[in-house]
Design a binder for this molecule. Structure first.
Ligand SMILES: Cc1cc2nc3c(=O)[nH]c(=O)nc-3n(C[C@H](O)[C@H](O)[C@H](O)COP(=O)(O)OP(=O)(O)OC[C@H]3O[C@@H](n4cnc5c(N)ncnc54)[C@H](O)[C@@H]3O)c2cc1C
Length: 315
């Protein structure tokens, strides 16, 4: 296959470990005497007038507002879902004796592998010449047996880097399954209890990105609370980007070869910075048209036709 290599100029690519992220937030929260911590199971939320309540295994607590990313909102199971895929992966952080990696270059999507289980690719994030995270990822409906991910990883490490199992140590394993769905999420669990995070539908269906969207949402809420104004209607994505996500989801589910062709053209014919800006939903319509003009257009028309019952009714 072909390789497209490019340096980022406007955007930066960061790797943040979830443990560092959460311990940093907890550390900063602990500095504020008006924040208390409680570890308990959350059973439900309710509200009464201007008061909201969380029901936990350690009792009930109330407040003016609750922001929750724990329970699926009411109606979750009844919401219309046309396409339900998973982004599922196993990643190994490995350490090698011989210098094997280029720490200046990450591999975002290496499709050089069997595509029989759906769109499948490897991701390589080198930290040093001897340490890297290598992930085997699929966009498909079903999880696979663990040994299939593991065999794919060891074959890839052997084929691409010439490393046999005895040539490296696995220092950490990462495993995940992130939903890629066109489900609609309500902003409110009940009066004064707002859904956030994955439970609020903040996971971008076509990429799984959630954190940056959560940060944007949190800023909007904090600004409203500080100003003492009503919390605005917040949508995880605007209409245009929901439509793009639906089109791509349709193709990922139904047309593996064409999806790979689209990724190939996307990376070959567009600047990485622009692609990241697009995935962050920060492009203007004209820029999006320019991106689409570099991609095969018939599959997108087909996906619009197949998803028209959603696209023309507000997505
Ligand atoms: C391996 C992996 C890698 C990921 N990488 C990225 C990434 O690089 N970028 C990105 O944007 N997103 C990534 N994601 C998606 C990621 O899950 C979300 O970005 C983020 O964790 C969403 O935060 P959240 O608060 O909605 O959900 P979570 O982080 O899942 O938090 C929900 C919390 O609620 C707790 N909980 C659940 N039920 C109850 C209950 N009844 N009572 C009390 N507590 C409960 C859970 O234990 C959990 O701690 C990744 C996900 C996985 C699994």
């Amino acid at each position: 296959g072909s390789t497209f290599r490019e340096s980022l100029s406007e955007y930066h690519y960061h790797c943040v470990r979830s443990l560092d992220y959460s311990s940093n937030i907890i550390k900063r929260a602990r500095l504020n005497s008006n924040i208390s911590f409680l570890e308990a199971d959350i059973i439900d939320f309710s509200s009464n007038g201007d008061t909201s309540k969380v029901h936990t295994s350690a009792g009930e607590y109330h407040g003016n507002w609750i922001f929750q990313s724990v329970l699926p909102p009411p109606g979750y199971h009844r919401a219309k879902v046309d396409i339900s895929l998973l982004q599922h992966f196993i990643g190994w952080e490995i350490e090698t004796e011989k210098q094997s990696f280029d720490p200046d270059t990450a591999t975002l999507m290496d499709f050089n592998t069997s595509q029989k289980n759906g769109v499948t690719f490897f991701y390589v994030l080198p930290f040093t010449k001897t340490k890297a995270l290598i992930e085997y990822t699929l966009f498909s409906e079903k999880l696979l047996e663990t040994h299939i991910y593991e065999d794919a990883l060891s074959d890839y490490i052997k084929d691409r880097y010439g490393l046999l199992k005895e040539n490296y140590t696995i220092t950490r394993v990462e495993k995940g399954a992130i939903p890629m769905e066109d489900r609609k999420y309500p902003q409110w669990y009940c009066n004064r209890v707002m859904n956030t995070g994955m439970a609020g539908g903040y996971t971008k269906p076509s990429t799984g990105y959630t954190f940056s969207r959560l940060h944007d949402m949190s800023k909007k809420i904090v600004t409203a609370l500080e100003k003492g104004v009503k919390i605005p209607d917040i949508k995880a994505s605007g209409y245009r980007f929901r439509v793009y996500d639906m089109m791509l989801l349709y193709l990922l589910k139904n047309e593996t070869d064409i999806s790979i062709q689209i990724f190939r053209d996307l990376f070959k014919k567009n600047k990485f910075d622009r692609i990241l800006q697009f995935l962050d939903e920060e492009t203007k319509f004209v820029q999006e048209l320019r991106i689409f003009s570099t991609l095969p257009y018939m599959p997108f028309f087909r996906s619009i036709y197949k998803m028209k019952h959603r696209i023309f009714t507000g997505a």
